[in-house]
Design a protein around this ligand. Sequence first.
Ligand SMILES: *Cc1c(COP(=O)(O)O)cnc(C)c1O
Length: 386
Amino acid sequence: MKFETKAIHIGEEPNLEEGGTGDVVIPIHLSSTFARKEVEKPTRGYEYSRTGNPTRDALEKRLAALEDAQFGLAFSSGMAAETVLALTLLNSGDHVVAFDDLYAGTRRLFDILNRNFKVEFTYVDARYLENVETAIKPNTKLIWLETPTNPLMKLCDIRAISEIAKEKGILVVVDNTFATPYFQKPLKLGADIVVHSTTKFINGHSDSVGGAIMLSNEEIYAKLKFNQNAIGAILSPFDSYLVLRGIKTLAIRMEKHNDNAMKIATYLESHSRVKKVNYPGLKSHPQYELARKQMSGFSGVLSFEIDGGIREVKRFLENLKIFSIAESLGGVESLIEHPATMTHAYLSKDEREKIGITDSLIRVSVGLENVDDLIEDLDNAFKHAF
Ligand SMILES: *Cc1c(COP(=O)(O)O)cnc(C)c1O
């Protein structure tokens, strides 16, 4: 089956057997517990909803199928997925090499692991292979990547990094939230594990917070499954239903996010009040060739630097009518935010400047509205700002 077909059917095949009801859409199984006939074993495979739930199972199957993975696991947030993953793979004294332009929440989690559990982290500009290579130590267990990164849309070469990792027996994790499996398949490029915030493009409607892990390594899956139950940060049946529903339109949404973002990036690049646009679909992106090689599209997030300081940023953002000033991304509605004071305020000014997040940087999540309306909205805001 091709991507669009799997996105609609996997996990939700109507049950037309004796006792089945033929639902085309799987029910939301709200029961917290499941009855059995015999004491020793569950009759229908389910015992307690944290351990396993039919609606969540359907989603986990579909999530796996999207990444061409054997296994999928759904969590109550992207951070819950990352927490379970980190606690499963890392021990005190282990070392991790991570991209220095990571989602700020991931950085926060790693700081806890470092402070409380003595896990060591080296943050590198993973755009350059030699930085990753030289950061590897004898106790390196994991390379943690995000590509494209948030908010600067930097890329790293998943295939090349995975080859180095494989030689040394190091696992590679890729946060694939920005590209989604529709545009990028890290497991095919050699990574071991993919993690997602389903809150973003995968659910796509800004009405559910969730996370996912997809992988094909059975041994690691068994540990993750055990820890998913032990830690308990599972996705609820209702949210599982919402994400199953959101995924059905993932392919068609991503095409339109990509089209609209390309048009907005091109518009911004030609605007006299814009100093720089970061979007991997632009020929001016320094890693455009890598983007073309490892992605089949460039997704719906971009960032740009306005030709002004905080005052102009504030006037620009507060005069937009269609774009909402809000954190998060990947929904049908266009969102805009100021990383230095919002999503990336957790980092110190020095840390932000080192990776390139200036006070003039604005991040845009391009939605599915008519792109002419979006461009007109931006145009008006520029007029107010300057
Ligand atoms: C939002 C996000 C996360 C965290 O996910 P939550 O669902 O908000 O917990 C992790 N990584 C990336 C790239 C994100 O955008």
